[in-house]
Ligand binder design. Structure first.
Ligand code: ISL
Length: 546
């Protein structure tokens, strides 16, 4: 596999509005991020992924853009952004921007023009269709509402939106629109950014004829449609390939075979993907399912294209709550999950707060939630007559707000995030879980992430090593045991994803004489005989085998 800088990188995702508030308005901002760059750099990460900061009415927290070339005032000014880029580069890190080109805000001037009249030159920059028998053109659901269609009284047509009504989809069939997107992308690349995270990139292609779906609830029809890769290859040719950058596409509902079309190194499209098989199809931990997904993606991509490794982000609840143990074994399981994500093949993504083991949250009332997806779904379900408390309880575990509560810096009011009123409630456990505590404690989650990332910097086997599960534990529902090997180096990774103490006997190749402990989330006394390991709840170990 050819070596390149971004394959050896660790990425840190900054949801800036919840990161650090420098001016007391209750929102995190770019100046606040600048003040915390040393904290991020000290982890050892290489790339910062910044969630959208462009001008926006902010109905979907920046994913409804109304001006691609201005900075949202609550985030800061273009000067602050320029300073951020300078300070990130001054620390030897890179900055990738979150680019949303499947749709804009309904308050983008392009859409205001497009909806003003059927003859407007920008009419075809969006997707307009006549109704059918007085109803929407077809029965598709959107991610955030019961229909992908919204009626416009002025021009008596419907427009298409994959997400909220306020997020009309751009028409990628329109070449003039694409050219404007490419011009804008080059303008940002010419400012010196180091790449893009491409939002909802699997949705760009739409059918000419919108037929009804047999199962409108299964919204896969929105993604990976014919023509998509033509657009991505044109985008690459018109912008990406002229810069030394990294691109990661957010592509829900892709298989490894489909994923390869996006990231195979001979395709000329993107560098890596966020696929969501785990986050979308594994609401709680299922070791066998997870192993099977990892096997298929490794077999499908390895040596041909790159994959990401993550278990949470701003759209999914925090991994230690959803897939680990956020109670008695919070610290151990946070470290175990990190060990898994950083030793499996792929580029690891750390979502802000994951490095101190921040947990999900439960707010008591729908009014305390901000997420448009959750609030729209709550209104839809209660509108059907369902019991409001039962709807709230059903939506809480997977609400995107679980991961959007402010970064917990210390035990001062509002967790040191803001001197104002936070835009969303702080997780009440901030006195016990915060960065200050983790920085003070040598065995904290933060310190463990530092060690993991330092290991990666010194050992190419973590990046380029072949992956192989030990057959003895392939069917284990509690243990994940695999090797990474490169040249003469072999690492053995042993993970106990359970609350049980487990005694295992290793194959003779891995007996005590041949293994050297590189990292563990407990202090390890080599219990048992030389070929046995006694694993504690959520114990993780990395060995070098000679
Ligand atoms: O996270 C997902 C896949 O598991 C989807 O539910 C997700 O909402 C979808 O893939 C697109 O997400 C992105 O675009 C949305 C925005 O609300 C999300 O925050 C962003 O990550 C619309 O721009």
């Amino acid at each position: 596999m050819n070596k390149v800088w971004w394959k050896e990188a660790v990425v840190y995702q900054v949801y800036w509005r919840s990161f650090y508030d420098s001016n007391g308005d209750g929102y995190g901002d770019l100046e606040g991020l600048i003040r915390k760059l040393d904290y991020i750099q000290d982890l050892g990460v290489d790339i910062i992924w910044l969630n959208p900061v462009f001008e926006s009415p902010d109905l979907d927290n920046g994913y409804d853009i109304s001006d691609y070339e201005a900075i949202m005032p609550k985030a800061g000014t273009m000067e602050t952004w320029e300073k951020l880029l300078f300070e990130v580069h001054a620390r030897g890190m890179k900055l990738i921007m979150d680019l949303v080109v499947n749709h804009t805000s309904n308050r983008h001037p392009w859409f205001i023009e497009s909806k003003s009249s059927r003859e407007n030159p920008k009419r075809d920059w969006y997707i307009w269709r006549d109704g059918k028998e007085g109803k929407a053109p077809n029965n598709w659901r959107s991610y955030f509402s019961p229909s992908t269609w919204e009626w416009d009284e002025t021009t008596e047509q419907y427009y298409f939106h994959s997400f909220a009504v306020e997020q009309p989809d751009l028409n990628w069939e329109n070449e003039e629109m694409r050219k404007e997107i490419y011009r804008m992308m080059r303008a940002w690349l010419d400012k010196g950014i180091d790449g893009f995270r491409l939002d909802a990139i699997a949705l760009l292609a739409k059918p000419e004829q919108f037929d009804d779906a047999d199962h409108p609830e299964d919204i896969r029809y929105l993604t990976n449609r014919p023509g998509l890769h033509v657009f991505l290859q044109e985008m690459n040719k018109q912008t990406l390939r002229d810069y030394d950058i990294v691109t990661v596409g957010e592509a829900a509902f892709v298989s490894p075979e489909e994923g390869l079309k996006y990231v195979a190194e001979d395709r000329g499209e993107l560098n890596m993907l966020f696929h969501f098989e785990v986050c979308d199809e594994m609401p709680t931990w299922d070791m066998l399912r997870f192993k099977e997904i990892q096997r298929r993606w490794y077999k499908g991509l390895w040596g041909k294209g790159s994959n990401s490794q993550f278990l949470n982000n701003h759209d999914h609840t925090r991994q230690v709550t959803r897939y680990g143990n956020d109670g008695q074994y919070r610290v151990e399981s946070a470290k175990m999950l990190a060990t898994m994500l950083h030793t499996l093949p792929g580029i690891p993504y750390i979502y802000q707060g994951e490095e101190i083991g921040m947990t999900g949250v439960k707010f008591e009332s729908i009014d305390q939630y901000d997420d448009i997806a959750m609030k729209n779904r709550y209104a839809e379900e209660v509108g059907k007559g369902r019991d409001a408390d039962e709807v709230l309880r059903s939506l809480q575990p997977l609400s995107r707000d679980n991961s959007r509560t402010p970064m917990q810096w210390n035990d001062s009011p509002n967790a040191g995030f803001t001197t104002g009123t936070p835009w969303i409630n702080i997780n009440p456990n901030y006195k016990e879980i915060n960065a200050e505590l983790d920085l003070e404690h040598p065995n904290s989650v933060y310190r463990y992430y530092q060690k993991l990332i330092a290991l990666r910097k010194k050992n190419e086997v973590m990046v380029y090593g072949e992956f192989e599960e030990l057959p003895e534990w392939m069917d284990s529902e509690r243990l994940y045991v695999y090797t990474r090997s490169l040249g003469g180096t072999t690492w053995l990774i042993v993970l106990n994803h359970s609350e049980d103490r487990i005694l295992i006997t290793l194959p003779v190749d891995y007996n005590a004489d041949s293994r050297k402990l590189l990292l563990a989330n407990y202090s390890v006394e080599e219990a048992g005989s030389e070929d046995q390991l006694e694993l504690k709840p959520f114990e993780a170990r990395i060995y070098e085998i000679s």
